[in-house]
Every structure is written in structure tokens, then in C-alpha cells.
Design a protein around this ligand. Structure first.
Ligand SMILES: Cc1cc2nc3c(=O)[nH]c(=O)nc-3n(C[C@H](O)[C@H](O)[C@H](O)COP(=O)(O)O)c2cc1C
Ligand SMILES: *[C@@H]1O[C@H](CO)[C@@H](O)[C@H](O)[C@H]1NC(C)=O
Ligand SMILES: *[C@@H]1O[C@H](CO)[C@@H](O)[C@H](O)[C@H]1NC(C)=O
Ligand SMILES: *[C@@H]1O[C@H](CO)[C@@H](O)[C@H](O)[C@H]1NC(C)=O
Ligand SMILES: *[C@@H]1O[C@H](CO)[C@@H](O)[C@H](O)[C@H]1NC(C)=O
Length: 221
């Protein structure tokens, strides 16, 4: 199997790149292209099934709490990320990964239902917060470097990427936020760049969310 192919699989499953393959920049670019192709095919297919099976679909958006099958799929993604629901007041966290809890020092029950702003603190740059707010208001993805605080009040630079996640009809179902600690052991090193890891986590979340909807649309006769 080619290194590019292994890389695509590793990015989508959030695995570490270090042991399995020494990837060149060309292979990393090819992997990114492949992931984008997979995502556009999935989007197209889920839009199609969305139209064909609309009416038979059971309620699988706006889930509070998340369905356990989505919770299980998301649990396989090893990076730090949260999903927030923009249709609930103040956009609360509806899913937080184990790596997010590790990074921030909070327990799951302490973060579910909260807006992510509890991570900012006294020395967080208000301009960066404003940048995030504007991106969310205009339904755009954004990447920032923001000073965040753990539960023990120690601070870290968070390479944060936020992106809307659309459902089969193209409406925003969630926002996903991927956190990478600058200088932390997961920043990059021998493996993938932070940008590539963020792309991988966002891709994996979109695959999990859309395949769930496709399943919901096609499983019933
Ligand atoms: C999916 C998602 C993830 C976010 N992750 C973080 C984060 O890791 N750290 C942070 O400081 N803010 C994060 N935010 C931003 C805050 O939730 C909030 O939008 C920001 O502080 C601006 O809003 P405010 O001015 O009402 O506080 C995230 C937002 C979203 C939608
Ligand atoms: C579907 O939505 C309705 C109303 O929003 C709710 O009462 C019902 O419990 C939901 N069903 C499932 C399986 O989530
Ligand atoms: C979701 O999965 C996590 C493990 O990844 C588990 O601890 C949690 O209880 C699950 N939540 C629900 C609502 O199923
Ligand atoms: C969380 O941290 C523990 C202890 O440091 C570690 O064993 C575990 O692998 C980490 N889990 C994730 C998902 O990062
Ligand atoms: C897509 O999301 C919107 C907004 O939450 C919702 O009204 C719509 O029913 C969803 N469509 C599907 C097919 O899940």
C-alpha cells in the first residue's frame, strides 16, 4: 500500500504518523487532496440521499444528548476537539473528546453544556476572541492562536481551528473546534503539521456525522 494511502487512513483515524511512515511533503499534499475528495463525495452522496429519503429520516440532528452511535464514532478520534450546537442558547459543548479533557484538566460533566469561553482568561487577547466571534457569525472556518487556561489556571497557547459541520441539507448542524497545544507533545514533531492534524480531525468528525445521517436515511425501507 502506498504511503499516501496509509497517511489518509491515519489522518482520518487521528493516528500518529511517526512510526508507520516517513511521509514526504508531496505525500502529505496528496493525502490532503484525497481527504477533500472523500469529503466532497460524501457530501454529494448525503445530499442525494437527503433528497431521496426525506420524510423517512428520523430526527438525528439537534440531538440533546448526542445519539450513542455518534458518540461512539467520535470516541475513535484521538485528537482534542469539541462539538458545539449553534441551535441551543449560547452554543454549548455537546461533545468533548478524551484528549480535550486531558489537555484542559476538566471532567466531561464540567464542560458539557458550557460555552468554550471558559478556556479564555485574564491575558487572552480580546482581538482574537473577536476574530472567532466574527467567523462564527459569518459561518466561516477560522484558525487562531489563542491563550487559554486549564482548570488549574496554568496557561497554554492553543492553535485553535473552528469549522462549521453541515448536515445533509447543507444546514449547519454543529461547529467543531480542534485544539492543539503549541509546543505540546502533539503539536507535530516528526509527524504531521498542526494544520494537517486539524484538517484530519475536522475531516474525521464530518465523516462520522455524515455517515450517521446516511445510515439514518438508508437503513429504513
Ligand atoms: C466549536 C467551538 C470551539 C471553540 N473552542 C475554543 C477554545 O478551545 N478556546 C477558546 O478560547 N475559545 C473557543 N471557542 C470560542 C468561544 O466559545 C467563544 O465563541 C468566544 O469566546 C467568543 O465569544 P464570546 O465573546 O461570547 O466569549 C470555541 C468556539 C466554538 C464554536
Ligand atoms: C424526535 O423529536 C421529537 C420532537 O422533537 C422528540 O419528542 C423525540 O423524542 C425525538 N426522538 C428521538 C428518537 O430522538
Ligand atoms: C460517550 O462516550 C464516552 C467515551 O468516549 C463516554 O464516557 C460517555 O459516557 C458517552 N456518553 C454518552 C451520552 O453515551
Ligand atoms: C490522557 O492522559 C493519560 C495520562 O496522561 C494518557 O494515558 C492517555 O493516553 C491520554 N488520553 C488521550 C486521549 O490523550
Ligand atoms: C439539518 O439541520 C437543520 C437545522 O438544524 C434541520 O432543521 C434539518 O431538519 C436538518 N436536516 C436533516 C436532513 O438532518
Amino acid at each position: 500500500m502506498s504511503c499516501t494511502c496509509i497517511l489518509v487512513w491515519m489522518i482520518l483515524t487521528g493516528l500518529e504518523a511517526e512510526e508507520l511512515c516517513e511521509a514526504s511533503d508531496l505525500e502529505k499534499r496528496k493525502a490532503a487532496t484525497a481527504i477533500n475528495n472523500i469529503l466532497s463525495v460524501l457530501t454529494h452522496y448525503s445530499e442525494l440521499t437527503g433528497r431521496l429519503v426525506s420524510g423517512k429520516r428520523c430526527n438525528s440532528s439537534g440531538m440533546v444528548p448526542l445519539s450513542s452511535s455518534l458518540n461512539i464514532s467520535l470516541g475513535r478520534i484521538k485528537q482534542s476537539f469539541v462539538l458545539t450546537n449553534p441551535h441551543l442558547p449560547d452554543m454549548p459543548i455537546v461533545y468533548a473528546s478524551d484528549a480535550f479533557l486531558n489537555l484542559t484538566g476538566y471532567a466531561r460533566h464540567e464542560v458539557l453544556g458550557q460555552n468554550c469561553r471558559f478556556l479564555s482568561g485574564p491575558d487572552t487577547d480580546p482581538k482574537t476572541i473577536c476574530q472567532i466571534k466574527k467567523a462564527i457569525q459569518s459561518e466561516q472556518a477560522c484558525s487562531v492562536r489563542i491563550l487559554n487556561y486549564r482548570k488549574d489556571r496554568s496557561s497554554f497557547w492553543n492553535l485553535l481551528h473552528i469549522s462549521p459541520v453541515r448536515n445533509a441539507t447543507g444546514k449547519i448542524a454543529f461547529y467543531v473546534g480542534v485544539q492543539i497545544e503549541e509546543g505540546g507533545k502533539n503539536e507535530g514533531g516528526k509527524g504531521l503539521s498542526p494544520e494537517m492534524r486539524q484538517l484530519g480531525a475536522v475531516g474525521a468528525v464530518k465523516v462520522a456525522v455524515r455517515s450517521l445521517w446516511m445510515g439514518a436515511g438508508t437503513s429504513k425501507t
